[in-house]
Design a protein around this ligand. Sequence first.
Ligand SMILES: Nc1ncnc2c1ncn2[C@@H]1O[C@H](COP(=O)(O)OP(=O)(O)O)[C@@H](O)[C@H]1O
Ligand SMILES: [Mg+2]
Length: 383
Amino acid sequence: MIAIEEVSKRYADGTVAVDCLSLQIPNHSITVLVGPSGCGKTTTLRMINRMIEPSSGTIRVDGEDIQHKPVNALRRSMGYVIQNAGLFQHRTILDNIATVPRLLGWSKQRARDRAAELMERVGLDPVMARRYPYQLSGGQQQRVGVARALAADPPILLMDEPFSAVDPVVRRGLQEELLRIQGELGKAIVFVTHDMDEAITVGDRIAVMRTGGKLAQFAAPDELLSSPADQFVEEFLGGDRGIRGLSFLSTRDLELDRSRVFPVGTDRKQLAQSTGPQPHVLITDADGKPLGWADPSVWDGDVEALTPYGQSFEVGRDSLRIALDRAVLSPTGHAVAVDGAGRVLGTAGQERVGAAIRAARQRRAAESPDDPSEDSAQVKAVR
Ligand SMILES: Nc1ncnc2c1ncn2[C@@H]1O[C@H](COP(=O)(O)OP(=O)(O)O)[C@@H](O)[C@H]1O
Ligand SMILES: [Mg+2]
């Protein structure tokens, strides 16, 4: 656990970069510092590894004031990743990753073995080991940066806008990779970004900072989206926080309509009787997997003539945001719900999703805010 206690930083020219900041950064989780350019994120991060000394206040790691720790030992316990990776251009990828183990006196062979293992961990092809940084794409270099920071297996990882310089698609891949690696390694990660979407994607807890180095709000992403502390946070979140907040609500308790699902070959008279005011039924194959929508008053039983159902959602795994998205995109206004094997469990129209959203909100409101909801933990990876 990293404890930042009433820490301020005033630079020599009088700029107050960080103003009486207090934050508790737990182990085994990703804490994001987010805010506009110049709000003191980098300064805060660098005070944690003592690249910058605070003007006042205390930072503790596992209870111990970092001022009392030898600076080298402190930094060895913290991997550091920056934008554009900051690789050594004249060293191969393998030697870049092996840098810290070599500094720690590991044998060349052991350090290189470790580097090769980390290349695999961050999803880099082994053929890149002998290349130089300029021979890699920006996204690949960023993976090398992460591997290098992890080389000596530090308990803490400090990441300063690590993915800000790569294009959105690569960035999304890097974010997913980071979440996967964190799932395996469980570090204490402090992640700086100016991008709220990125903060919400990777963060377990998010510290929103405002210009002048002040903390505006410190909360879990779903809490931030549902209850921004003030207008600054609300504006920084952007205009669709209601929809985005649905990413944290599970489809587990969504009440499905099972009355309009039929296996292929069902008697057409039976289909026609079952539809009620809404004409469409969902036809499934012999395994129960969806084939498409049919209007029994006109459908002749030909599977080729079914209306495509688009994309389904998996109950319990996908969020209500995804369920709503599927319902909005569905030609019938009804989303197709499947189990882990892709078999249809039922359908859900926009009203059913709406009812589930209201029920989840009521449950959420009844929970204590200190008790992180099971919903958000479960939906974490599949927003
Ligand atoms: N060495 C420095 N001397 C004076 N001012 C600085 C120095 N480094 C940063 N600043 C100022 O401190 C504020 C916070 O900077 P920084 O921590 O880099 O913000 P961020 O990372 O959020 O963009 C900014 O106003 C910046 O101009
Ligand atoms: Mg910065």
